[in-house]
Design a binder for this molecule. Structure first.
Ligand code: CP
Length: 318
């Protein structure tokens, strides 16, 4: 069992703890503005990034975050590891834990895999995305982006559009946004909406794309082909793009657009909109690194130190 606190689901954090992570992220963003973008905060700590599923943004930002905090960072991908020889998640985690890491960051295609990994290690475990279940650090970086660009989270209306059924981004995002006082809608074809979303998550649910008009932020979701099996969720991608794809013609002035990436240009978002300043896609990526620095720092802080009472000046000293 992990001896440290882990971050498996966004609900592991309270509203105050989320606010604390966002404030820490601001401090690390200051560090990223310096010539030397490295602080000794986690010197002597070891972070293992264990990715069983493809990733560009999450994997690179966790690696950079660890390195900029001066931790020793080891990256293990399923491809090229003993997973290819049939090693189980349990044995992989037990094996890597023998090196006494402080944190293991795990991405896995199976919902629940990261929670089960916490049983086999004393390291803190961070969920970097488990199947269609949760992606808590994506939710945190989305909150960070909204706070930075919109100046607030409370009172905003964010509409997630598209493949909600397979989306860990929408699930963690909806929970986090509502915790911080935002309104959340899910807008999708009936086949791509999880049953019971309205009651289970407390979000507004609609099949009508015109309902994005009420939102401050339209969050386009990727069509997750890798979780669709033989498909049949939409008649064709072309038809889906026509009915639910987000482009300039569907937006009103002032609306902003988010996407966790990777994007399918021409499917859930038009090519032109993806490159427009109204789209916050690269701002989200930029925020991902400082938020992950904050999460790593927060989980590894001395538990005897009261949360929120850290000496932040010492933490960001070069
Ligand atoms: N948003 C996100 O999780 O991207 P990656 O799959 O590239 O990590």
């Amino acid at each position: 069992m992990s001896a440290h606190r882990s971050l498996v689901a966004i609900g592991d954090l309270s509203r105050d703890e989320i606010t604390h992570v966002l404030e820490l992220s601001d401090r690390f963003a200051e560090v990223m503005g310096r010539d030397i973008k490295k602080v000794p905060t986690l010197r002597g700590r070891t972070i293992i990034n264990l990715f069983f599923e493809a990733s560009t943004r999450t994997a690179t930002s966790f690696e950079l975050a660890g390195k900029r905090l001066s931790a020793d960072v080891i990256n293990v991908k399923a491809s090229g590891s003993s997973v290819e020889k049939g090693e189980t998640l349990k044995d992989t985690v037990l094996t890597l834990s023998a090196y006494q890491p402080d944190v293991i960051v795990i991405r896995h295609a199976a919902a629940g895999a990261v929670a089960s990994a916490t049983r086999y290690t004393e390291a803190a475990v961070i969920n970097a995305g488990d199947g269609k279940h949760e992606h808590p650090t994506q939710a945190l970086l989305d909150l960070y982006t909204l706070r930075k660009v919109m100046g607030k989270i409370e009172g905003l209306h964010v509409a997630f559009v598209g493949d909600v059924l397979h989306s860990r981004v929408a699930r963690s995002g909806a929970i986090a946004l509502q915790m911080m006082g935002a309104k959340v809608s899910f807008i999708a074809p009936p086949t791509l909406l999880p049953r019971g979303a309205a009651e289970g998550l407390g979000v507004h649910v609609s099949h009508d794309i015109a309902d994005i008009a009420d939102a401050d932020v339209v969050y386009a979701l990727r069509m997750q082909h890798e979780r669709m099996g033989k498909g049949g969720f939409v008649p064709s991608l072309r038809e889906y793009a026509t009915q639910y794809g987000i482009g300039h013609q569907r937006l009103r002035p002032g609306q902003r657009v988010m996407h966790a990436g990777p994007i399918n240009r021409g499917v859930e978002i038009t090519d032109q909109l993806a490159d427009d300043p109204a789209a916050l896609i690269t701002t989200q990526v930029e925020g991902g690194m400082v938020v992950r620095m904050a999460v790593l720092y927060d989980l590894l802080s001395d538990p005897k130190v009261q949360r929120g009472a850290h000496d932040v000046s010492a933490m960001v000293a070069a």
